[in-house]
Design a protein around this ligand. Structure first.
Ligand code: SF4
Ligand code: SF4
Length: 261
């Protein structure tokens, strides 16, 4: 299930071949204990899946279920799942029967009881991101007493965390790359990055209804796709963010809009 606080994390860095025994099911005494008072960072793809599952707009999802914060190092906007304001601070999606959005649960919930980290090596122009894993052993979690064996790779595949990783890869790379001049982002850029990362319905209106397509030369097939496909739109969002941050020339400006010096 979900992500823990860091206090019980074992920091030993593990590879994908590391073995462990674990099973989570409805008959464990701790069932759903892990779905409260937790800190879950949501990725753009998590939000695409969750808002679709709930049948609501991205604006409504963000407003009702998340809180935004700015990353201390990069000043990029990040979004976390908001717990309920009750004594236990439960996840809004947990019930005694389990997670009500289980097949669309966020990547962090899929990984649990494995934690994931990334170390950035290389340079800003040629970054090398090295992933590592660790076991999260929270005292209340009895899943480790079960007898089903895994490697971290087989666990990730079984929980569809590998698929989510593929969807989130580009966004994670953006998070690890700082602005080339090391500056904090201004509030206008932060707002644009927030929209292009998390608020797909607003971003779609921005792309289709502003001068965006007059300024940027986007493949007509891609334009057709983003009208209905949130994943295609999310990928255009990643290109736009890289362009905004001047990380890569991911978007082509139409000739008539190139400023003459
Ligand atoms: S989204 Fe589902 S699995 Fe994740 S914390 Fe909430 S109830 Fe638990
Ligand atoms: S076994 Fe662990 S992951 Fe499963 S419900 Fe219990 S605390 Fe949560």
């Amino acid at each position: 299930m979900p992500l823990p606080s860091m206090k019980d994390v074992q920091p030993t860095k593990l590879s994908l071949n590391a073995k462990f025994k674990f099973r989570c099911h409805k008959d464990v005494k701790c069932f759903t204990k892990c779905c409260k008072n937790i800190n879950i960072l949501l990725t753009p793809y998590d939000i695409v899946r969750m808002k679709k599952r709930l049948g609501i707009s991205s604006e409504e999802f963000l407003d009702k279920y998340t809180r935004m914060e700015l990353d201390e190092k990069s000043s990029h906007p990040l979004v976390r799942l908001k717990m309920l304001d009750d004594d236990e601070k439960r996840c809004p999606f947990v019930t005694p029967e389990g997670c009500t959005i289980y097949t669309d649960r966020p990547a962090n919930c899929r990984y649990y009881p494995i934690g994931q980290g990334v170390m950035r090596k290389g340079t800003n122009d040629e970054p090398v991101n090295e992933e590592f894993y660790f076991f999260i052993r929270e005292p209340h979690c009895l899943g480790y007493q079960e007898d089903t064996g895994w490697t971290i790779q087989s666990w990730k595949d079984d929980q569809e965390a590998s698929y989510y990783d593929g969807m989130n890869k580009e966004w994670k790379e953006i998070q690890l790359r700082r602005h080339p001049f090391g500056e904090s982002l201004d509030s206008n850029k932060q707002a644009q990055i927030y929209t292009a990362s998390y608020d797909m319905d607003r971003f779609r209106r921005f792309v289709l209804e502003s001068r965006f397509l007059e300024v940027f030369d986007i493949d007509p097939q891609e334009v057709g796709k983003i009208k209905t496909d949130d994943v295609a739109l999310m990928k255009l969002g990643f290109k736009y963010i890289k362009y905004l941050l001047m990380l890569e020339q991911t978007l082509k400006v139409r000739k008539e809009h190139i400023k003459k010096k």
